[in-house]
Design a protein around this ligand. Structure first.
Ligand SMILES: Nc1ncnc2c1ncn2[C@@H]1O[C@H](COP(=O)(O)OP(=O)(O)OP(=O)(O)O)[C@@H](O)[C@H]1O
Ligand SMILES: [Mg+2]
Length: 271
């Protein structure tokens, strides 16, 4: 059923440069992302995860192949801002996503610029408060603060607060846990699950760590040198890996995530 598909990628590639110096970042991949599923793209550094994620965001254009969003070519919405209303991202470095010269709160408020109809100033304040509370931050904690006054983990939660404001159909989360400790990492994953449950979001989770991906996703895609070398339900991929790359990734799983897999839930630091 095509209407249950958010994205369909048919033989898409992204090549940078020309001739001998060209780099094929994404190499002829075909996949589908269903409505309300969490998929994880897993693979070592440089395998093409971010480039693929950027194509889903319309920040990169495939050099060949076809990419559909909600059954139509991804460019069908015309102005990319129409696409960004529906597909949002949380990137590796939260500091690069916020301007250092404006307060956090003013930047959260400016997220409403993407809305077709802007709510009243009072409603904007209220929705910013709700979004902060949704990621366990008391609005007073960040009142008048600038990005450099917060920790990396708090900033990552600010990015998630933006997502609670924008409520996109799809969230692309590119290593959103890279700057936080194990306890906060587990809670960020829980926020992603909350976004899926409460806002019926489709989530694309990008990571090096197959253990994290296993915990959170409905489908796993393992990438290597731009190609997808293994895919399927997390249990199948973990228990019956078909490629050496997947086997290597499984060997590299940190112990704490091995425990998650064994228990089916994250180990919180307080335990
Ligand atoms: N704008 C660009 N111009 C040229 N090459 C690029 C560009 N962006 C990415 N690449 C190359 O494409 C390949 C895939 O990069 P990508 O950023 O997708 O890797 P990744 O899997 O996200 O890695 P990491 O886990 O380190 O974030 C790399 O070889 C990278 O150097
Ligand atoms: Mg990357």
């Amino acid at each position: 059923m095509t209407d249950a598909l958010k994205f369909q990628a048919k033989n898409i590639s992204r090549v940078f440069g020309h001739g001998k110096k060209s780099v094929t970042a994404v190499d002829n991949v075909t996949f589908e992302i269903r409505d309300r599923e969490i998929i994880s793209l897993v693979g070592q550094s440089g395998c093409g995860k971010t480039v693929l994620a950027k194509m889903l965001l319309r920040l990169e254009t495939p050099t060949s192949g076809e990419l559909l969003f909600n059954g139509k070519p991804i460019t069908a919405t015309g102005d990319p801002r129409n696409h960004w209303r529906q597909v949002q991202a949380v990137f590796q470095d939260p500091f690069s996503c916020f301007n250092q010269f404006f307060t956090i709160r003013s930047q959260l408020k400016s997220s409403f610029r993407l809305f077709e109809t802007k709510p009243s100033p009072g409603e904007i304040e209220e929705r910013v408060d709700q979004a902060l509370l949704a990621v366990n931050i008391k609005p007073k904690e960040v009142e008048g603060k600038y990005p450099f006054e917060l920790s990396g983990g708090q900033m990552q939660r600010m990015l998630l607060a933006r997502i609670f404001i924008l409520k996109p159909q799809v969230l692309i989360a590119d290593e959103p846990t890279s700057m936080v400790d194990a306890c906060s990492r587990a809670s960020i994953l829980d926020y992603l699950l909350k976004l899926k449950e409460e806002l019926s979001m489709t989530i694309v989770f990008v990571t090096h760590d197959i253990g994290l991906a296993y915990y959170i996703s409905d489908s796993l895609y393992i990438m290597h040198k731009g190609k997808m070398v293994d895919r399927g339900a997390p249990d199948d991929v973990i228990k019956h890996p078909t490629s050496d790359v997947t086997k290597q990734l499984l060997e590299d799983i940190p112990d704490v995530h091995r425990q998650w897999i064994a228990r089916g839930t994250p180990v919180h630091a307080a335990e």
